[in-house]
Design a protein around this ligand. Structure first.
Ligand code: NDP
Length: 448
């Protein structure tokens, strides 16, 4: 029997099942408000109970990673892979190695990933995985030994047409190389089972840059939509990893002034903006450095503000590119009071619920990561298609494809999120609804 539902009924049902999984419930809340009216208006969505089914991961894999480090000591870590939904294609989403990784964090990331992947228009389902391993300060050998032990467990659950992980926090080109090597040795197969691989073994041009560059392509589209230009704008960026640095590079190349980068230990502020050589230095060295930002400060580039976040800086645009819930209500109010009028997420869910309420209340342009950081997974999708054909496209072609995908995600968000009466675009609503329709249609078409 088709039945109407409402936020409270579905949310309470999910909250009861997943009590205490705060990040997961936060991600579900962000979506439910927008999609329930669409669900209620569609007989087949109601008949097939689509919303509740979407709130449950199809499969959650847990494993222990017991491994011997390079000193001969045994270490024990926890590993997970959350395979949330595969209606649109193989599970796809990154691996994160960080001491804060737990089931709730990975479930929120896998859930968001389904919506993000649907927005790209490419055939990819959603998943996420990782471990509570902290690679900071570990030797290269220890990282290789951990990656190999992690893959010994994960390999039985993934495959080029089943589940294709990529990188995320602390999992970059080096880790993907070690993970891939172990998969290949164990399975005697050279296949596109991971993305973000080295160019010499099935990797794609532009994959490394794609999330940060894609974020700036999206920002370009947002600026055009609002009759302005990125050139000359003051931009605050948080993070100093893959996403943050490539966003900073592309924004600088487009004539913006990036006045901050940050990490978990502080913020590097440069009033007149970082120049391209400084950002390129950081890109080349950050994986090898313990703190690339203090390295820059030591070279006389910027002022290091120990323990500070960048949200108190006066800017036109803020790009949170570090981690979840890094920008709260007070930060949002400070940004707004200092004249910031656009916030685009490079990280996944970096703004708390309350921060988002502030942006909405003040009618700021606010774009959720599931739309604005989708460039990374889009390029991963293109890497998968190149692997399936045993081919490698050139960088210019892929960069153009990335730009087109970001533009089309922007169009979809505008189409579903436009509030003509108030002359406002609700990008969160637009992203949620556009993604939900694609996901829901795929699920309905495949039966229960
Ligand atoms: P990296 O590991 O390359 O960089 C992460 C950066 O965030 C580091 O500078 C790190 O600082 C900082 N950081 C981590 N935790 C905190 C914290 N609690 N407070 C302040 N800073 C922190 O990761 P990525 O750049 O790949 O990922 C960043 C974000 O973007 C994540 O949310 C990820 O899920 C998301 N994302 C990544 C994609 C990709 O293609 N890589 C694709 C789409 C989204 P420190 O070194 O001090 O820990």
């Amino acid at each position: 029997m088709p039945y109407e539902s409402n936020f409270d009924e579905i949310y309470n049902f999910v909250a009861q099942k997943f009590e205490g999984e705060n990040e997961y419930l936060q991600a579900v809340r962000e979506v439910l408000h927008d999609i329930i009216p669409i669900y209620n208006a569609n007989e087949s969505y109601k008949r097939d109970d689509i919303v509740r089914r979407l709130c449950f991961p199809e499969r959650v894999i847990y494993f222990t990673v017991s491994w011997m480090n390079s000193s001969g000591d045994i270490e024990v870590n926890q590993g997970w892979r959350v395979q949330h939904n595969s209606a649109m294609g193989p599970y796809k989403g990154g691996l994160r190695f960080h001491p804060t990784v737990n089931l709730s964090v990975l479930k929120f990331l896998a859930f968001e990933q389904c919506f993000k992947n649907a927005l790209t228009g490419l055939p990819m389902g959603g998943g996420k995985g990782g471990a509570d391993f902290n690679p900071k300060g570990r030797s290269d050998r220890d990282i290789m030994l951990f990656c190999q032990a992690f893959m010994r467990e994960l390999q039985r659950h993934i495959g080029a047409n089943t589940d294709v992980p990529a990188g995320d926090i602390n999992v970059g080109a080096r880790e993907i190389g070690y993970l891939y090597g172990e998969y290949r040795r164990l399975n005697n197969k050279f296949e596109g089972v991971l993305t973000g691989k080295g160019l010499e073994f099935g990797g794609s041009y532009v994959r490394t840059e794609a999330t940060g560059f894609g974020l700036i392509y999206f920002l370009d589209a947002v600026c055009k939509q609002h009759n302005t230009d990125i050139e000359g704008k003051n931009i605050v960026v948080s993070g100093a990893g893959n996403v943050a640095l490539h966003a900073a590079l592309k924004a600088t190349q487009k004539g913006a002034k990036v006045i901050s980068l940050s990490n978990s230990r502080g913020t590097l502020y440069k009033q007149d903006g970082f120049d391209e050589p400084a950002i390129k230095f950081a890109i080349a060295e950050h994986a090898k450095s313990n703190n690339i930002l203090t390295d820059l400060a030591d070279k006389g580039i910027g002022d290091w503000k120990k323990g500070k976040t960048p949200w108190h800086l006066t800017c036109d645009i803020a790009l949170p590119c570090a981690t979840q819930n890094e920008l709260d209500k007070d930060d949002a109010l400070t940004l707004v009071n200092n004249g910031c009028n656009m916030v685009l997420e490079g990280a996944n869910m970096p703004c708390t619920d309350e921060a988002q309420d502030v942006f909405k209340d003040k009618a700021l342009v606010y774009v959720p990561g599931k739309a604005s950081n989708a460039g990374g997974v889009a390029l991963s999708g293109l890497e998968m298609s190149q692997n399936a054909m045993f081919s490698q496209r050139n960088a210019d072609t892929l960069d153009e494809q990335l730009q087109n995908i970001m533009l089309s995600i922007h169009e979809r968000c505008v189409e579903e999120g436009k509030d003509t009466a108030n002359n406002y675009i609700d990008y969160m609503k637009g992203a949620n609804i556009a993604a939900f329709r694609r996901l829901a249609d795929a699920i309905v078409a495949q039966g229960v």
